[in-house]
Write a protein that binds this ligand. Sequence first.
Ligand SMILES: NC(=O)c1ccc[n+]([C@@H]2O[C@H](COP(=O)([O-])OP(=O)(O)OC[C@H]3O[C@@H](n4cnc5c(N)ncnc54)[C@H](OP(=O)(O)O)[C@@H]3O)[C@@H](O)[C@H]2O)c1
Length: 313
Amino acid sequence: MRAAVVRPSGALGVIEVPEPEPGPGQVLVEAEVIGAGYVDVMLSRGEYRGIPGPGSVPGVEVVGRVRAAGPGAPGDLVGRRVLAMPGFGGYAERVVVDADRVLPVEREADAAEAVGLGVNALVAETALYRAGVAAGEQVLVRGAGGGIGSLATQLASARGAEVTAVTSSAARGERLLELGASRIVDRTGSAVPDRTYDVIVDTVAGPDTGRYLRLLRDNGRHVMCGGVAGAPDEDLLAALLGDFHKSPTLLALSLNSLTPRELLRSWQEITALWTKGSLSPVLYRRLALTDAQQALELLERGTPFGKVVLVPR
Ligand SMILES: NC(=O)c1ccc[n+]([C@@H]2O[C@H](COP(=O)([O-])OP(=O)(O)OC[C@H]3O[C@@H](n4cnc5c(N)ncnc54)[C@H](OP(=O)(O)O)[C@@H]3O)[C@@H](O)[C@H]2O)c1
């Protein structure tokens, strides 16, 4: 089968690799579509969970059919369409994944739509759930035009919150207003948010993190979901301790730590909102698996609005 492997130069190359076999508790999934996200850029650079960039295959999510089950994996999964989250290795025609890291895709929707929600919606929904976002609260989303951010904007709005979306152009801001944001802050200009927030959903991090945390109201919650601008600096701790009197909560969220039950709860909520029409996948572009390098370059430049998907055939 074909897979996109990180070459020593850091660029991806699509090559023939042996077909994987599901081990104990695993299933083999044949990809209809593969989700591409900034996490794959980090993986290809060797910045992700100790995975050594060169020689590895990026890709944390795939929608496709289960073709085989390994020893001890539920046989009734075979033939089912699922969202599979292998951790890495998804940029391939087929991938093995632990059976408890697959979620049902029962809607007969386009697979690209399902992966357009996928991991990004799970992060966004779980961030808002863990932060306990309530109707009427003020929520700020950083990285709002991205895969996670565009869904966090919709999901916070569906919870009845008032959403401020931080983005990088007027055109992206227009789209975020259509997705439910109430106001836009253009991070490329001199504008800074002029109000305070109950919850911040942060996919950006970087040295500005402390500045954003200081915008929290009493008992506010800042959920760190990603870091496209790198790690926060020491100002974050200064902001947390300096605002001690407001009892801020700083939460870090990785899907890797979620139990199968937590993943299923979140996915059921996402699917229900999708079916109701309160949540829509935001697809930016479909590319062939052979163009996986182009997908990473787009993500690295921050160009996409929403999700990039790869099609293996
Ligand atoms: N927590 C988890 O389990 C989990 C799972 C998957 C991914 N992640 C992480 O979440 C982060 C976002 O992933 P994603 O797929 O949503 O990425 P994405 O689609 O590339 O979106 C990131 C967005 O951040 C904004 N941005 C980019 N560079 C920026 C900069 N230097 N300063 C400020 N804003 C910048 C851009 O939006 P605007 O132009 O609209 O501002 C961009 O579209 C990544 O770090 C990824 O590794 C976490």
